[in-house]
Ligand binder design. Sequence first.
Ligand code: PLP
Length: 373
Amino acid sequence: PWNFSAGPSAMPEPVLAQAAAEMLDWQGSGMSVMEMSHRGEHFIQICSQAEADLRELLAVSDDYAVLFMQGGATAENAIVPMNLLGRVSQPKADFVISGIWATKSHQECQRYGDAQIAATNAVATTIDGVHQAPFTWLPKADTWRVRKDAAYLHLCSNETIGGVETVDWPDMQALGAPDVPLVVDASSHFLSRPMQINRAGMIFAGAQKNAGPAGLTMVIVRRELIGHALAICPSAFDYKNVDAQHSMYNTPPTYAIYIAGLVFKWLKQQGGLAAIEQRNIVKARTLYDYFDQSAFYTLPVHPSVRSRMNVPFFLCNTSLDSAFLKGAQERGLMQLKGHKSVGGMRASIYNAMPLEGVEALIDYLKDFERTHG
Ligand code: PLP
């Protein structure tokens, strides 16, 4: 079957095969990685190799810490303000509302300080005479209102539910707020392409889309931003503690880190992120091109901000939705139901989804259109 789940999602098969082969005995150690102490030499080797490979893939320089944490991106919605709001005299942060995930981040930050909206797409608009529903377009960066004394500006660079992607991360200098670090929730397109790490003060991502199993959160944070946690910040979530202990302040999600490490190796074998990006471009273009020429399906998102990873689509005749999903499942095309807040369908086509899977989906889309159109 082809798995179009938004996450946890399909994993690269060679990674699963290697994990299966090593399950009982990791490289002659006589142990499963699951059984290893996080303080032992084997796991320390696994973890530092994973960090080194991640740094290499994303070209992360030494002025950033790479942390392996827990709690998912949802916990980061609280961990980020608890770590960063203390940098400025008045705890305040600004948010670009691009969809449901950015909205959740904004709401959570309100518990810790003054969280303002710098720009929002939570309203309908008209672009080039075409109506765009809320959360299906993006306000241009030159309209964002960022406070110069904000502790950070939050951006969700790929809205998994709405299918809206910001490929070019903003340059804070150009936004007139050079001292405000950009914080990026990159969860659902992390490692799908090279990323402009240097434009961001920090990036976080849950692993369960492109990087490995649920339970691991990756945090890349400029070191100068570390060390200002609010007094209420739990010590296990203070980046200073996590960094000082090389992600082992408390027991890390060892098995998830091991699997993520195998994914990083796999990505390097594929030619790195530039090569993966080319594949992702072809996959997304193939799927969007099919939808664009069809009058049977519609795409809600404005073409300029369509996500390469998450493709929401609708059947024009929504009374056919359940027949569509039933038929898809029978063909082994799994998890195509859209998020309940959006309705319709969504195909998530992360790194592990080959072009072949996208073509199988298009074959079905064509057949369904022919038999029901
Ligand atoms: N941010 C984005 C962009 C997401 O897609 C998700 C989950 O799908 C989250 C945050 C929340 O992540 P988690 O469930 O790991 O807390």
